[in-house]
Design a protein around this ligand. Structure first.
Ligand SMILES: [Zn+2]
Ligand SMILES: [Zn+2]
Length: 219
């Protein structure tokens, strides 16, 4: 973290000097603009309550929203943020989320807990870091409401993600009625859905999912 403060700032996407995310790269991060699926936030041809991607799935969250499409630039940001733990980058990302998304209808924020191995390895959890930054901006408490039942979070194919996160979380303490759960990337929604059901088991009545970036289906 000290290095992060001392080293000259370079944009993690294009490498230009000045800041960890330059204004140009920041504004080029793809926006997810309406029409969107009302539930999972996927861009759709017209407004729908459920889209092809989420129809028929049990999703414990009322809505999922992300500030940007998960393109190559977003991937580099998430990678730099995860592997290098860049604090200022977390703040930049949080600011982008605040600018592009409405404040969630929630009494508190929480975050998707990192699995133990990764947390120990990196010494930080990007989802938690983002949730803390957002809590300050939105003036909401950030509460550690979830814990993992076992390790292993895998992204990749939908089937892999779904298998690896089913029953992966449990409530750590009682949840307020309305909660927003923060994660860095929304991939298939399986992680957000598993987190939302654990929050509901902990007493939440309504859960919103908020992420920095969202994977987009091709075609
Ligand atoms: Zn740049
Ligand atoms: Zn959908």
């Amino acid at each position: 973290m000290l290095l992060d403060l001392l080293l000259p700032q370079r944009c993690v996407v294009c490498g230009c000097g000045g800041s960890q995310l330059c204004a140009g790269c920041r504004s080029e991060l793809p926006r997810l603009e309406p029409p969107l699926c009302g539930r999972c936030g996927a861009p759709t041809a017209w407004p729908v309550e459920r889209c092809r991607e989420c129809a028929g799935r049990r999703l414990g969250f009322a809505s999922a929203r992300a500030a940007a499409g998960y393109d190559e630039a977003a991937r580099r940001i998430v990678h730099a943020w995860k592997e290098r733990g860049l604090r200022r980058l977390a703040a930049e990302v949080a600011q982008l989320v605040v600018e592009r998304l409405p404040r969630p209808d929630a009494e508190a924020l929480t975050f998707v807990p990192a699995d133990r191995g990764r947390r120990l390895e990196r010494g930080h959890n990007p989802a938690e870091r983002l949730a803390l930054e957002l809590a300050t901006a939105w003036e909401l408490p950030c509460l550690p409401l979830l814990e993992r039942t076992r390790g292993g979070r895998q992204r990749g194919s939908s089937a892999t993600e779904r298998r690896s996160v089913r029953g992966a979380f449990r409530p750590r303490r009682a949840a307020p009625r309305k909660v927003a759960v923060i994660d860095d990337v929304y991939t298939t929604g399986a992680t957000a859905a598993a987190a939302a059901s654990a929050l509901r088991a902990g007493g939440a009545r309504r859960v919103e999912a908020v992420a920095f970036a969202r994977a987009l289906r091709r075609g």
